[in-house]
Design a protein around this ligand. Structure first.
Ligand code: SF4
Ligand code: SF4
Length: 300
């Protein structure tokens, strides 16, 4: 297939077997996430640290946290049972780039055994610029960065603090550093031919009027897809700071923002906001079949 009208053929060739990026592939290829990265270096107002990273997953979900060795065992067990497995992602439960040692160890262990599996990771972007060379060396072919604001005035309403270079920073300073690092990572990765998808969490009254600018900024810097995701509000999830009681967008509000971004905006419309330990074809989750207690001790 020629792929979506707004994607260039070179990019399409790289993503056509990826269940998340190709509407067609998601019927034939499976992906799995392993939750090996619990630490995070920023605070999002809508995050509850007891649950998975809300930039990538639905709220209220607690994934089984694994060590890199446990995760590698699990991937091998899944690969033996699910022949369509083509992609391994690390999307939390915290930040895969900040918790880099565990992310890297997991990918290294798995690639030794399954050299053809495609690797991807998700991050808020703050730590990403420090790992570009390794990401390229390790053949990680997709990175997702969550960028929900370009203007620090808006970012400061979403992120109460970040932890950067050994110090906690707040307000406009935090939002500016985070924005600069996110855009820098996007540019550096694109330059090295790593595909970058951008997630934005759509928060009514905070960044909805701003999303067209976010779309423009990330497209200009080479993001191949922009995934505008609704904030899914949950009392247990979004009770921090100024966003207490913050509602998520209605389906009509989400669609309006996506439409405002226009044709050719490379919007992704079928992301399922999967769990950090999802397993299987998109739209199904066989994660419960592969919990740690069900894995063999040793895999041949
Ligand atoms: Fe929570 Fe993810 Fe934000 Fe970190 S980046 S605070 S884990 S939602
Ligand atoms: Fe794909 Fe979205 Fe699920 Fe990630 S969260 S595996 S991008 S559908």
């Amino acid at each position: 297939s020629a792929g979506p009208a707004d994607m260039d053929p070179k990019t399409w060739a790289k993503v056509k077997d990826h269940p998340c990026y190709s509407e067609e592939a998601h019927h034939y290829f499976a992906r799995m996430h392993v939750a090996v990265a619990p630490a995070c270096n920023i605070q999002c107002n809508y995050c509850n640290r007891k649950y998975d990273c809300a930039n990538e997953s639905r709220p209220g979900v607690v994934s089984e946290r694994l060590t890199p060795e446990q995760a590698a065992r699990k991937v091998l067990a899944v690969a033996a049972e699910v022949p369509q497995l083509s992609v391994l992602g690390i999307a939390g439960p915290g930040d895969a780039a900040y918790d880099w040692r565990r992310t890297k160890a997991t990918f290294d262990l798995v690639s030794e055994q399954l050299p053809d599996i495609k690797l991807c990771l998700s991050s808020n972007g703050l730590a990403l610029p420090d790992h570009i060379d390794e990401i390229v060396e390790m053949n990680i072919d997709h990175v997702t960065i969550t960028i929900s604001a370009i203007y620090p005035e808006i970012g400061a309403r979403i992120y109460p603090w970040i932890f950067y270079q050994g110090k906690r920073r707040t307000g406009l300073e935090a939002a500016t550093i985070l924005r600069d690092r996110q855009l820098q990572a996007l540019e550096m990765l694109t330059e090295r031919d790593v595909l970058v998808k951008v997630n934005s969490v759509l928060i009514p009254g905070i960044n909805d009027d701003h999303m067209v600018e976010v779309n423009k900024a990330v497209k200009e810097r080479g993001a191949f897809l922009h995934n505008i995701m609704p904030l899914i509000s949950d009392p247990a999830h979004g009770t921090h700071f100024g966003l207490t009681g913050q509602r998520g967008p209605t389906a009509a509000e989400l669609k309006k923002v996506q439409d405002d971004c226009g044709d050719g905006a490379n919007l992704m419309r079928h992301c399922r906001q999967c769990r950090a330990d999802a397993v299987g074809l998109l739209g199904e989750d066989r994660g419960q079949e592969f919990t740690l207690d069900k894995l063999p001790e040793v895999i041949e």
